[in-house]
Design a protein around this ligand. Structure first.
Ligand code: TRP
Length: 340
């Protein structure tokens, strides 16, 4: 099916805690590449951050984390002259469309969302209503710009299916075929699934209790080297083929990260270190990680030292975003029957 919609990429990250290597290699690095191929918009989803305890009732921490994510976007290579970056809370159309979508989405659809079940845990009745409608807000984030491509991780695929269902039902119920596009998930083949340095079977995560499990984008060179020295390994020498990685999650994780940071294939990295001991590999690994992350960390520190500059960039990004969102929202209001 051909759609009348121009290609547009939209993605976002939540400002909760600190960003780590997984956020960079799994998402940001690929977003930066996408800018070359299509127009993009990248937001910091501060409205999503208040749906759960981590971001709720902590205004200073939320603002700090929002600026930190924006700083990472910039330091990681997003060209703000070409690609608007902004925080969601500064573009009221997200919330407006989200309300209309709350009335489009069906309870039965929402009840299927597995991430809500995971996040709300045993005590669903204590979760915020916002956490429940989180995927509806995400649909609004995307569709308020009529974005067509959404780079996300596997865990967000279900939310994107919901966005497609909402788009289709809106188009159908209000008699406007093709008004909203069917946004496609872009699951990046080149993205790296970065696992914990303490346990190769768990995802590197900002919520892991042990800071040694992750490399934060703002870690100093000494901290990075220390965390890598202490990273869990196994007693065997490094493998000489991909097959030999079976059952060796730590070896696989370290080699995959190395491959991603050096922009080479996993096969090439395996060949480079085939049969060697972890100790020698870790030395090179630390050097490479520091060399890649240090310039980014430095730029992030520089930006964060002057929040005024980041705030100006977010404001100007929000203006550009609104220029796209306002006409869409005007049309939605008209179609729904809101007098304006
Ligand atoms: N839910 C996404 C995540 O946790 C973040 C997000 C919010 C998002 N709105 C979005 C991602 C819109 C892509 C598009 O990763």
């Amino acid at each position: 099916m051909t759609t009348p919609h121009k290609p547009l990429v939209l993605s976002g990250m939540q400002p909760t805690n600190t960003l780590h290597l997984g956020n960079y290699l799994g998402a940001l690095k690929n977003w930066v590449k996408m800018q070359e191929q299509m127009p993009c918009l990248f937001c910091v989803v501060d409205m999503h951050a208040i749906t759960a305890e981590a971001g709720y009732g902590k205004p200073e921490e939320l603002a700090r984390a929002t600026r930190e994510v924006a700083a990472a976007y910039i330091a990681g290579g997003v060209d703000v002259n070409r690609t608007p970056i902004f925080n969601q809370g500064q573009v009221p159309e997200h919330a407006e469309l989200s309300w209309v979508f709350n009335c489009v989405a069906r309870l039965g659809w929402m009840d299927r969302m597995t991430q809500f079940k995971e996040k709300s845990g045993k005590h669903k009745e204590r979760a915020s209503v916002g956490l429940y409608t989180y995927p509806v807000l995400m649909a609004a984030d995307i569709l308020v710009y009529r974005a067509t491509h959404v780079p996300v991780g596997e865990d967000q695929k279900q939310h994107l299916e919901l966005a497609r269902d909402i788009a289709q039902k809106f188009n159908n119920d209000f008699g406007v075929p093709d008004f909203f596009p069917q946004p496609e998930p872009v699951i990046m083949g080149t993205a790296t699934r970065v696992m914990s340095l303490r346990d190769g079977t768990k995802k590197m995560s900002k919520s892991d209790e042990s800071d040694a499990s992750r490399i934060n984008l703002t870690d100093t060179a000494e901290t990075i080297a220390d965390k890598i020295r202490r990273a869990k390994t196994d007693p065997l020498p490094l493998p000489s083929s991909k097959d030999e990685l079976a059952g060796r999650p730590e070896a696989e994780n370290l080699l995959s990260i190395y491959a991603a940071l050096s922009d080479q294939t996993l096969e090439a990295t395996i060949a480079e270190f085939s049969g060697q001991q972890f100790s020698g590999f870790k030395g090179k690994f630390a050097e490479l990680t520091v060399a890649k992350l240090e310039p980014m960390a430095k730029e992030m520190r520089r930006l964060l030292a002057d929040p005024g500059e980041i705030d100006r960039i977010l404001k100007s990004g929000a203006q550009k975003a609104r220029a796209i969102a306002t006409p869409v929202m005007d049309e939605v209001k008209k179609r729904v029957g809101f007098i304006s």
